[in-house]
Design a protein around this ligand. Structure first.
Ligand code: GLU
Length: 417
């Protein structure tokens, strides 16, 4: 058991949650050791030729956490703060996430420590192609499948697929989250945000409430935050506040998300969008709303602000937005948290649908994708909720317990441990 501390690293934090669930489930010591470590980690040096001819050396990581249930699966983020510990944490979250929604994958994650704001499109393309070729010997459509994450998108995946295909032949199933004309799945772009809203709806229904009029604040307006805000508004929630790295906007009557999207596309930020009041970016987490959705970086709710969080419901659209100490503080105050490994599992779920479509060389229409996503997310929510009720634990511990049980079972059946 890891001791609860303020200054835990991201990987220690995820393992804190893991150990808590493993201990309650009386998982044996050997299995605990295997599941709390990573299978393989690589760091690659990427000498990046800049447009002006100079070379910048950056570093990239790929961590494969556990493959008992299937090929390693997870995104790649480009971020100045990406480091090995964070990538390990995110890789392990993928193992638990894929197990909760019961898709036949393990968990992995990648990261390149770089500020994309400083790169041109052609520098970004060279970086991506080189990273793919450097990790190509540990990935494969039945080995490890990458996908978008923070600051990566369908275009990044297109370059990766192309770089891989140059040496291995056309292999669309090597990455998911591709552009639709290259074998991407309809509905993948919206999937993470849609999954968040599906599980939120389930929780709201269980609480005997209706979405209409419930106020929502969304921190982050990238792929996940913007889709979550848009779909929540469509369901009748009143999205009153949204933020991105450059600013935060508020409208008590509810923001027009389409207008925000248009403004952000042109101005590069939601800041100063029409019909909005400007607010402090950090204050968005502390707003008096019914639902708070952190949809940006990890570790935004910590010991230092947890006692100021007023929303009774938190949907973890981002990975690891709440530290373990803050998690305890919020639980003591009666806050309900839909944990990341459940709430944001919609993205990897539709990645699974994309992968199966690629392998079968057959494509589904968007209606089918969304219906299957709905089924998987609702089932996962109900299983987690039932476990939480039966064992009198919170949704995070229930999610970890279910996931750990599935992964341990697969590891035992394979004879790993
Ligand atoms: N990066 C997303 C996540 O954190 C999606 C991963 C995937 O589709 O493989 O879940």
């Amino acid at each position: 058991m890891i001791e609860l501390r303020d200054d835990m690293t991201a990987f220690e934090s995820v393992n804190y949650f893991f150990h808590k669930a493993a201990q309650a489930a009386e998982l044996d010591q050997q299995t605990c050791e295997v599941l709390s470590g990573t299978y393989r980690e690589i760091r690659v040096q990427i000498p990046l030729r800049m447009d002006d001819g100079t070379v910048n050396t950056v570093y990239g990581y790929r961590v494969q956490h556990n493959g008992a249930r299937g090929p390693y699966k997870g995104g790649v983020r480009y971020h100045p703060a990406a480091n090995l510990d964070e990538v390990r944490a995110l890789a392990s979250l993928m193992t638990w996430k894929t197990a909760i929604v019961d898709i036949p994958f393990g968990g992995a994650k990648g990261g390149i420590q770089v500020d994309i704001g400083e790169l041109s499109q052609s520098e970004l393309e060279r970086l991506t192609r080189r990273f793919m070729s450097q990790v190509s010997y540990i990935v494969g459509p039945h080995r490890d499948i990458m996908a978008p994450d923070m600051n990566t998108n369908a275009q990044t995946m297109a370059w990766m697929m192309d770089a891989y295909g140059q040496s291995k032949g056309h292999t669309p199933a090597i990455v998911t989250g591709k552009p639709v004309p290259l074998g991407g799945s309809l509905g993948r772009d919206a999937a993470t945000g849609r999954g968040c809203v599906i599980v939120l709806n389930e929780l709201v229904r269980d609480l005997g409430k209706r979405p209409d009029g419930l106020t929502v604040a969304v921190q982050g307006f990238g792929n996940v935050g913007s889709w979550a805000a848009r779909l929540a508004a469509e369901e009748g929630y009143r999205v009153v506040a949204v933020s991105d790295v450059r600013g935060a906007v508020y409208n008590e009557k509810g923001l027009d998300i389409e207008v925000l999207l248009g403004h952000a596309r042109e101005a590069g930020s939601v800041a100063d969008a029409p019909d909005t009041e400007t607010m402090d970016g950090d204050a968005i987490l502390e707003l008096d709303v019914d639902v708070l959705m952190p949809a940006a970086l990890g570790e935004v709710i910590t010991k230092s602000n947890a006692d100021r969080i007023r929303a009774p419901l938190i949907v973890e659209a981002a990975n690891h937005p709440v530290t373990p100490v803050a998690d305890e503080m919020l639980r003591d105050r009666g806050t309900t948290i839909l944990p990341d490994i459940l709430a944001n599992a919609g993205g990897v779920t539709v990645s699974y649908f994309e992968w199966t479509q690629n392998i079968q060389q057959f494509s589904w229409d968007e209606e089918q994708v969304n219906a299957e996503l709905h089924k998987r997310m609702s089932n996962a929510y109900q299983q987690v909720r039932d476990y939480a009720q039966a064992h009198d634990v919170d949704l995070r511990q229930a999610g970890f317990a279910l996931a750990v049980d599935r992964v341990a079972d697969a590891a035992h059946l394979r004879g790993y441990v």
